[in-house]
Design a protein around this ligand. Structure first.
Ligand code: AP5
Length: 237
């Protein structure tokens, strides 16, 4: 390899950010992802958004996924893994990616690791936003989402300027079907059962970083940004 090519590879490794957002439903993964996209301009892959869009468009993926999503269960791995791996292998993700909602269990984590390995890359960090179950129920019962922009609000904690209308484009704000209290409790149970082994897996790899999601969105964001800056510095040393 020429010195120029070596330099380019070294620069790419330092600049590359391959990030995962982990946490229970309502932890604020989507809220933080919006800010992190602005900071780092990374392609954002949110499996919940991809699946909801597929349901709206009545695509095959959506038709197969809907009943699991309505019940608050995970959709089968074979429906979702290929979708994500295709996105992270795409040209636009060559300098990194931000995953939200994937992986969600150990099998998905191993599939992701295999794909990253094949691309000759490595995971920068798994960012775990921790929030107690009671707070999750409070947040999701008040969550409202813009039908057009997808911007997330909370009726008390982060209200829009005009009730029921998105600040960005004035579109209608709606409640997600799976934010009903009984479904939220089931989603929490599914999270604890499936994602705990994945958290342990990342902890053992030394890539897990924990954040107190009970703090304000700005405090959580500041902490995540500072952590990523430190990881980048460590990478350069
Ligand atoms: P998905 O859409 O991924 O849902 P989730 O993981 O349950 O996460 P949420 O979107 O509910 O919460 P969030 O953490 O993004 O919180 P948010 O920022 O909105 O998945 C939905 C379904 O799709 C799953 O149940 C499953 O069926 C299927 N699925 C998806 N991925 C899958 C996969 N990989 N495998 C299998 N199935 C899959 O914030 C929540 C609220 O709190 C908002 O109102 C917000 O304003 C407020 N808020 C945020 N941060 C704060 C804060 N710091 N303080 C106070 N309020 C805050």
């Amino acid at each position: 390899m020429s010195a120029t090519a070596r330099g380019a590879t070294a620069r790419k490794t330092v600049a590359e950010l391959n990030l995962i957002l982990l946490g229970p439903p309502g932890a604020g993964k989507g809220t933080q992802a919006e800010r992190l996209q602005e900071d780092f301009h990374l392609p954002y892959v949110a499996t919940g958004d991809i699946l909801r869009e597929a349901v709206r468009e009545e695509a095959e993926l959506g038709r197969k996924a809907k009943r699991y999503m309505d019940a608050g269960d995970l959709v089968p791995d074979d429906l979702i893994i290929a979708v994500v791996l295709e996105r992270i292998g795409a040209d636009e993700a060559r300098d990194g990616f931000l995953l939200d909602g994937f992986p969600r269990n150990r099998e998905q984590g191993e599939a992701l690791d295999g794909a990253i390995d094949r691309l000759g890359r490595r995971l920068t960090a798994a960012l775990l936003i921790e929030v107690p179950d009671d707070e999750v129920v409070r947040r999701l019962s008040g969550r409202r989402v813009s039908v057009k922009s997808g911007r997330v609000y909370h009726v008390e904690l982060d209200p829009p300027k005009h009730e029921g209308r998105c600040d960005i484009d004035g579109s209608r704000l709606v409640q997600r079907d799976d934010d009903r209290p009984e479904t939220v409790r089931h989603r929490l149970q599914v999270y604890h059962e499936n994602t705990k082994p994945l958290i342990d897996y990342y902890e053992r790899q030394g890539v897990l970083r924990r954040f107190n999601g009970a703090r304000s969105p700005t405090e959580v964001h500041d902490h995540i940004r500072a952590t990523i800056a430190t990881l980048r510095l460590e990478d350069e040393l």
